[in-house]
Design a protein around this ligand. Structure first.
Ligand code: GDP
Ligand code: IMO
Ligand code: MG
Length: 462
């Protein structure tokens, strides 16, 4: 077998239902590695449905389409071919980082094969979600499903290379718009508000005008040149493994391939290019949106609560994270972890670490090392539960997940403040036992333990 270390592509992706802390990890790694290596961070799928938060000093930035390496001067960033680009959102993101990343323009590259999200796709998504009724997915409303749908049906998709030239773009755009409006009126009997649409179009055209000024490159050859030049590529995943369109918890998933294989199809890489696969995983689990969640604290009652309440409703509840009522405990954990969507602000459902699903995600991605985040959020818990298996189910079968009955092992909490810890020697014994158990059960080494949202709040284990 060949030596993995010679491979210059590392994949960093989420092992749960998203929001594991991928943004923080990438920013941290880039800030440390860029001192000695030439780096290129390449987003391989998703779009503005992603919300990757990075905190430094007293600033917080949330990236949706722009890769998380942009804050480091000597790092290139590529929005890969597998990404759906929301040009309106991208323009806002750029405005937000202009002062802290004045090099953004020379360091940002856009794959010409990527797809551009058009305003009418958002209207289609809204109508589709309402048609789904009780079966609605709870999407982020960023037109991810319709845009990938158009791409795979090879009809109403707009490629970046088509948007590059104004003449081609306007012709293509009008064709797509007409087709979408036909679908809206014919299939869904929906007549859009044309004035509101014209306003959205205006913002969209501004976004396309900005896109046309960026470095637009052919994805595959751009990456091959970088690899030949000795650059280290970090493929940045969005969403999480359990939201993968094929192997995730269907149908409450996103519309792209969120696994390490997705890095190949989204960037034009060969599987043999990939060396390290760093799986990012929270010390507990969250999920935003609909769909099964075996270890949800408070079960169905909690699921219903989180879809019918907002952050403001929960702000003054002051529930105790050790409350014996699971619904209240889950809400309290949400408060401690600030588990409200970075993109939509929705409450994220909270649950215990689920080892069967974690092992499933590790195997799907070929994870070589783990990064555990938000361990500090468990600091005040008396007890921490971990699902070791499901009653009567030896293997994860996604089609049977809704019936899964988790069996838990209970760990004593450490009841100590560990926020910001940077040394392994300082961590409490109970935390070490908890992390050792994860390592032994999964058979994958934990390389990093994140103890806070900031760049330097991290323990490097190996
Ligand atoms: P991503 O989508 O995977 O990048 O994750 P998000 O940014 O959506 O959500 C993770 C949240 O947790 C963000 O607000 C981060 O700033 C924060 N965060 C990341 N790692 C840690 C950690 O170790 N401890 C704490 N307390 N917060 C963290
Ligand atoms: P990051 O990259 C968490 C969820 C939505 C919904 C489902 C489908 O920040 O981890 P979509 O808009 O993609 O069609 O919605 O996927 N979802 C995410 N949940 N983090 C994300 O991204 C997500 N992106 C999409 O809530 O359940
Ligand atoms: Mg997120």
């Amino acid at each position: 077998m060949s030596d993995n270390k010679k491979k210059r592509v590392s994949v960093i992706l989420g092992l749960q239902w998203g929001d594991e802390g991928k943004g923080k990890f990438i920013d941290y790694l880039v800030s440390t590695l860029s001192e000695t290596q030439k780096l290129l961070v390449a987003r391989f799928q998703g779009g503005s449905n992603a919300g990757h938060s990075i905190e430094f000093g007293n600033r917080k930035v949330v990236f949706h389409s722009i890769p998380s390496g942009i804050l480091e001067k000597n790092t290139k960033n590529l929005v890969g071919a597998g990404v759906n680009i929301d040009v309106v959102s991208m323009k806002k993101e750029i405005a937000e980082i202009k002062d802290i990343a004045p090099w953004w323009k020379e360091n940002l590259f856009i794959a010409k094969e990527a797809t551009v999200v058009v305003p009418t796709a958002k209207l289609i998504e809204a109508v589709q979600e309402s048609e789904r009724g009780g079966g609605r997915i709870g999407t982020t409303n960023k037109a991810i499903g319709p845009t990938y749908g158009d791409f795979y049906s090879r009809t109403d998709d707009l490629a970046v290379y088509e948007a590059e030239d104004d003449k081609v773009f306007h012709k293509r755009y009008e064709e797509i718009k007409e087709s979408h409006l036909k679908t809206l009126s014919g299939k869904y009997n929906f007549q859009p508000d044309l004035k509101a649409l014209a306003e959205e179009e205006e913002k969209f055209f501004d976004g396309v005008a900005l896109l046309q000024t960026l470095n637009i490159v052919p994805c595959h050859s751009f990456l091959q040149t970088a690899l030949k030049n000795g650059e280290q590529v970090i493929a940045e995943g969005a969403q999480g493994t359990l939201l993968d369109v094929r192997f995730g918890t269907r149908r409450g998933v996103t519309s792209s391939h969120t696994t390490s294989a997705g890095a190949c199809v989204g960037l034009g890489l060969a599987p043999s290019d990939i060396g390290t696969v760093l799986g990012v995983c929270k010390a507990y689990v969250t999920r935003v949106g609909n769909g099964c969640f075996p270890t949800e604290i408070g079960g169905q009652e909690a699921d219903k609560w989180s879809t019918t309440h907002t952050r403001a409703d929960e702000e003054n509840l002051n529930y105790d994270v050790n409350d014996s009522v699971p619904l209240k405990q889950g809400i309290a954990l949400r408060g401690l972890g600030n588990e409200y969507g970075a993109t939509t602000g929705r409450p994220r459902r909270t649950g215990w670490l689920d080892l069967p699903l974690l092992k499933y995600a590790i195997a799907l991605n070929g994870v070589t090392e783990l990064g555990i985040t938000k361990i500090d959020i468990l600091d005040t818990l008396n007890e921490i539960a971990v699902c070791t298996h499901y009653e009567g189910q030896d293997e994860v079968d996604i089609s049977k997940l809704a019936e899964a009955k988790p069996v838990y092992k209970i760990f004593p909490g450490w009841k100590k403040d560990t926020k910001g810890f940077t040394s392994l020697a300082d961590i409490p014994k109970e935390m070490k036992d908890y992390l050792d158990f994860i390592e032994v059960e999964t058979g994958v080494p934990i390389s990093f333990i994140s103890t806070g949202p900031k760049r330097d709040e991290i323990i490097k284990k190996v």
